[in-house]
Design a protein around this ligand. Structure first.
Ligand code: UDP
Length: 361
C-alpha cells in the first residue's frame, strides 16, 4: 500500500485535512500518517477539531510552539526530517501557509520525497506577511500544486511555473467541502446560538488574529473602536485567538464586545449560519462567510481571495475605524446575491485522485 505523510499544526489546517483524511480512509488505497507539529496545541485550538471532525490521531506530535519564526521552523524541520527518514513515505502533503507547511515541504524535498501543496498559488503580494513567504517557498518546492482558484493558477503562471516540472491543477477550495459535509452535524450538535442568547440574523461575528493587526497597538485599538461602535447597533461576538488575548492585555485595550474563548468548528459553523455579517482578518473565514451567504468586512489591506472583493462579497478596510463602521452600514443596507459559484465542490476527491496519480507515477 502507498503511504503519505500529512504535516499539519495550525487550526485552519485541521479543517482542510479533515476533508482529505476522510476520503483517504474511505478509499483504503493509501495509508496516511499524520505529523502534528504542535504549532497550535490548546484543547480549543487543536483537540476539538480532531474530535469533532474525526481526524485520525497524529502518529507523531512534535510539540513545537511559542517560538520565533526562525526557531519554530528550524525545530520543526529537524524533527520532521527524522520522522520522514523513519516512515519513508511516497509523498508528503502540506496545507496553506504556516511555518508547519514550509517545514514539512522543505524536509521532504531534501529527502527527494514527492511533495503536495494544497492551497497553492495564493498571493497577497505583501512580503511582510510571514504567510506570504511560506506560500511562495512552499509552492516552489512542491511537485503537485493544488490551486483553489483560477487566480491562484494565474499567479503561478506569472511566476513562470509553465517552465517548471511541477504539476499545477485547479481543484477548487477544500474548505467548501468541509462546510458542505459538516453543516448537518453542526446543526445537530452545537447549541452555541441558544447558549449565548443570540437572535438569528441579528449579530455580527468577528475574529482577529493576524500579526499585522495584533502586534500593533494603534491598529488593534482602531479595530476595537470600530467594533465597540458597531456593538451599539448590534451584538458583536468575538471568539478570541490566544495571541489577540495576550495583546489586548499587553496594550490595555478595553472593549464592550462579547469576547468568548476560541470555538470548535461546529460552533463556528452555527455562528456563521446565524450571524448577519462577518468582520475578520482570517483567510479561511472570508470564504466561509461567502459559503454561508454572509457579507464580510476584511480587516486587511489586501486579500489572497480577491474574487470575493471583485464580486462584492467582501470589502477590504484594513484597520481604519471609519471604513470598518461604514462597510458594516453599507452591507446592512444592501441585499447581496450569493448565487455565483466561486470555489467549486467535491474538491477533496479531485485532490485525492491527483495525489494517487502522483504517487503511482
Ligand atoms: N475557526 C474556528 N473557531 C474559532 C475561530 C476560527 O473553528 O474560534 C475556524 C474558522 O472557521 C476557519 C479557520 O478556523 O475555518 C480559520 O482559521 P484562522 O482564522 O485561525 O486562520 P486563517 O484561515 O486566517 O489561516
Amino acid at each position: 500500500m502507498k503511504k503519505i505523510v500529512t504535516v499539519l499544526g495550525a487550526r485552519p489546517q485541521f479543517i482542510k485535512a479533515a476533508v482529505l483524511s476522510r476520503i483517504i480512509k474511505e478509499m483504503s488505497e493509501i495509508e496516511e500518517i499524520i505529523i502534528h507539529t504542535g504549532q497550535h496545541f490548546d484543547e480549543n485550538m487543536s483537540d476539538v477539531f480532531f474530535q469533532e471532525m474525526q481526524i485520525p490521531k497524529p502518529k507523531y506530535n512534535l510539540n513545537v510552539n511559542n517560538l520565533s519564526h526562525g526557531a519554530m521552523t528550524g525545530r520543526m524541520l529537524e524533527e520532521i526530517e527524522k520522522t520522514l527518514v523513519k516512515e519513508n513515505p511516497d509523498a508528503v502533503v502540506v496545507y496553506g501557509d504556516t511555518n508547519s507547511t514550509l517545514a514539512g515541504v522543505l524536509a521532504a524535498k531534501k529527502l527527494h520525497i514527492k511533495t503536495v501543496h494544497i492551497e497553492a498559488g495564493l498571493r497577497s503580494f505583501n512580503m511582510k506577511m510571514p504567510e506570504e513567504v511560506n506560500r511562495i517557498l512552499t509552492d516552489r518546492i512542491s511537485d503537485l500544486l493544488s490551486c483553489p482558484t483560477q487566480t491562484a493558477v494565474n499567479n503561478l503562471k506569472l511566476e513562470g511555473y509553465d517552465n517548471l516540472s511541477a504539476i499545477v491543477e485547479k481543484h477548487g477550495d477544500i474548505m467548501k467541502d468541509a462546510v458542505d459535509f459538516y453543516s448537518d452535524f453542526s446543526s445537530e450538535k452545537s447549541s452555541i446560538i441558544s447558549n449565548l442568547n443570540l437572535t438569528r440574523s441579528n449579530f455580527v461575528l468577528a475574529t482577529i488574529h493576524r500579526q499585522e493587526n495584533t502586534n500593533d497597538s494603534k491598529k488593534l485599538n482602531a479595530i476595537f473602536n470600530a467594533l465597540d461602535n458597531i456593538y451599539l447597533k448590534k451584538p458583536v461576538i468575538l471568539p478570541l485567538h490566544p495571541r489577540t488575548k495576550e495583546k489586548l492585555k499587553e496594550y490595555k485595550v478595553k472593549t464592550k464586545v462579547k469576547l468568548i474563548d476560541p470555538v470548535g468548528y461546529f460552533d463556528m459553523l452555527e455562528l456563521l449560519k446565524n450571524c448577519s455579517l462577518v468582520i475578520t482578518d482570517s483567510g479561511g473565514l472570508q470564504k466561509e462567510s461567502y459559503f454561508n451567504k454572509k457579507p464580510c468586512v476584511v480587516l486587511r489591506e489586501e486579500t489572497e481571495w480577491s474574487e470575493l472583493v471583485n464580486y462584492g462579497y467582501a470589502t477590504l478596510v484594513g484597520s481604519n475605524t471609519k471604513k470598518i463602521i461604514q462597510s458594516f452600514s453599507d452591507f446592512s443596507l444592501t441585499q447581496t446575491d450569493f448565487s455565483r459559484d466561486l470555489y467549486g465542490s467535491n474538491v477533496g476527491e479531485k485532490i485525492y485522485n491527483s495525489i494517487l496519480s502522483l504517487i503511482e507515477a
